[in-house]
Design a protein around this ligand. Structure first.
Ligand code: NAD
Length: 480
């Protein structure tokens, strides 16, 4: 029987006030494995009111050391529960168990990193021209923060937001994706177990309507969003009505560039992991592979050989290397984009078809696709596919590589594979992206800032930079 989940509002587990619910589907077998409440506007108002009252009456007086203690405790609980949480997430979005397990620990690491800052949010003393005036700043929490997340990595993405938001002393209302709400609700139980007071963390569930209520609400002080670029624009529009600051972590079409002086073996492994990890359903997927002419044929051959060995299967099996697309709309979209690529004349040299063998017959499986000789102006090179589809594009020299890399409306991540140190530093400055990986790809760290430029969004997560998103400066000027 499907698990019956409830929402967390002011420390109470509740159904939607309308009793409306929707199914959550396991993309491996299309079984309804859980049921999730569809929050009403009334529920959203209640959650925001809970966050507001808690912030104003108690949480803002809790000191940094206590916030750090709670975050550390919570991180320990998440680590201890990682196996169970990972299995739930794999059931919900089809990501392979090795990756969901790593993500639970990565999230815990993030909570610890920000716990360390909770009692170190210093202001400054500012020297003024007049020595009889004394000026200083306080770094304060912004208040009630709304966190809206996507389905591809619910817990890891939430940690990027929730950890700095709580460390800085805010209260929050979270809305996970309607495709993957269960693990976020489970996380709410760990928040309670860690001892966070009621109302500090509230979780409402449902589709875009719920996100719309949240982002239009005048009682919110800050919004942080991870999801698609078009949704990001809608949220920005809503937020502008109340002049609320927004952090936007949006889509990408990241270039991964292989030069002929690279360690080709390492580059191929990086390119394959960069696009087929999480079945390509990551914002940082290295979906455009730029390869220098002199090694073009060699790289393609090696990538095809490697792609052939990728083991598709039940994502809960530790031996599985690639799981299904996370949901039916996503599955249809990926297959549609592959057809479009063929129609536009790109050469599909491997994969790209639905896989329905044996135990995979009810899952949303697609064989890793490799298009070569792709025109960077074509749809598959310009639009985010968010699936296991690689577009290989040849280039002649460094200038052409930069020109192709930057010919995109997105600017999230990028990769460079070369042994030329001078080239690395030059390119790193020229590429328009929030992250430049060199001789590695899809590597993340709690300490390193992450975010996008252009239509990939604005604001930064992780690193101390994330704290700037969840705090505001107050200036105090005294006449001595
Ligand atoms: P999505 O934009 O469809 O949904 C994201 C969230 O927004 C969900 O919780 C959804 O319910 C909510 N939402 C939908 N309509 C809304 C509205 N009108 N107002 C407020 N909220 C609304 O994105 P998705 O399909 O869940 O995720 C895939 C996208 O997320 C991809 O574009 C991917 O690149 C992006 N992403 C970005 C990052 C990053 O860090 N930059 C990370 C992961 C995913």
């Amino acid at each position: 029987m499907a698990a019956h989940y409830q929402m967390l509002i002011k420390g109470r587990w509740v159904d939607s006030s309308t009793k409306e619910r929707f199914p959550s589907i396991n993309p491996f077998n299309q079984e309804v494995w859980s049921e999730i409440p569809q929050a009403s506007e009334e529920d959203v108002n209640e959650a925001i009111e809970a966050a507001r009252t808690t912030f104003d009456t108690s949480w803002k007086h809790v000191n940094g050391l206590e916030r750090a203690r709670l975050l550390m405790k919570f991180a320990d609980l998440l680590d201890e529960d990682a196996e169970r949480m990972a299995a739930l997430e794999t059931t919900d979005n089809g990501k392979v168990i090795r990756e969901t397990t790593n993500q639970m620990h990565f999230a815990a690491r993030n909570y610890r990193f920000f716990a360390g800052y909770a009692d170190k949010l210093y202001g400054e003393v500012i020297p003024l021209d007049n020595p009889m005036m004394f000026d200083y700043t306080l770094r304060e929490a912004v208040g009630v923060v709304v966190l809206i997340t996507s389905w591809n990595s619910p817990i890891a993405i939430l940690a990027n937001k929730l950890a700095p938001a709580l460390a800085a002393g805010n209260t929050v209302v979270i809305k996970p994706s309607e495709h993957t709400s269960a693990t976020t609700l489970e996380l709410g139980k760990l928040i309670q177990k860690a001892g966070f007071p009621d109302g500090v963390v509230n979780i409402v569930t449902g589709d875009g309507r719920v996100g719309n209520y949240l982002t239009q609400h005048p009682g919110v002080n800050k919004i942080s969003f991870t999801g698609g670029t078009e949704t990001g624009k809608l949220i920005s529009r809503n937020a502008s009505q109340n002049l609320i600051p927004v952090t936007l972590e949006l889509g990408g079409k990241s270039p991964n560039i292989i030069f002929d002086d690279a360690d080709i073996h390492a580059a191929v492994i990086g390119a394959v992991a960069g696009i087929y990890g999480a079945s390509g359903q990551t914002c940082i997927a290295g979906s455009r592979l730029l390869v220098q002419h002199s090694v073009y044929d060699e790289v393609i051959q090696k990538i095809v050989d490697k792609a052939k060995t990728i083991r598709l299967g039940n994502p809960i099996d530790p031996l599985t290397e690639m799981g299904p697309a996370a949901n039916k709309p996503q599955y249809d979209r990926i297959l549609g984009m592959i057809s479009k690529g063929k129609d536009e004349g790109a050469k599909l040299v491997y994969g790209g078809h639905a896989v329905t063998d044996h135990e995979l017959k009810n899952g949303y499986f697609i064989a890793p696709a490799i298009f070569i000789d792709v025109d960077n102006k074509s749809t598959i090179a310009q639009e985010e596919i968010f699936g296991p589809v690689l577009s290989v594009i040849p280039f002649t020299d460094q200038d052409e590589a930069v020109q192709i890399a930057n010919d995109s409306k997105y600017g999230l991540a990028s990769g460079i594979w070369t042994s030329n140190v001078k080239r690395v530093h030059r390119l790193a400055r020229q590429i328009q992206a929030g992250t430049v990986w060199v001789n590695t790809y899809r590597t993340s760290a709690a300490q390193a800032p992450f975010g996008g430029v252009k239509l990939s969004g604005h604001g930064r997560e992780r690193g101390w930079h994330a704290l700037l998103e969840y705090t505001q400066i107050k200036n105090i000027m005294l006449n001595l």
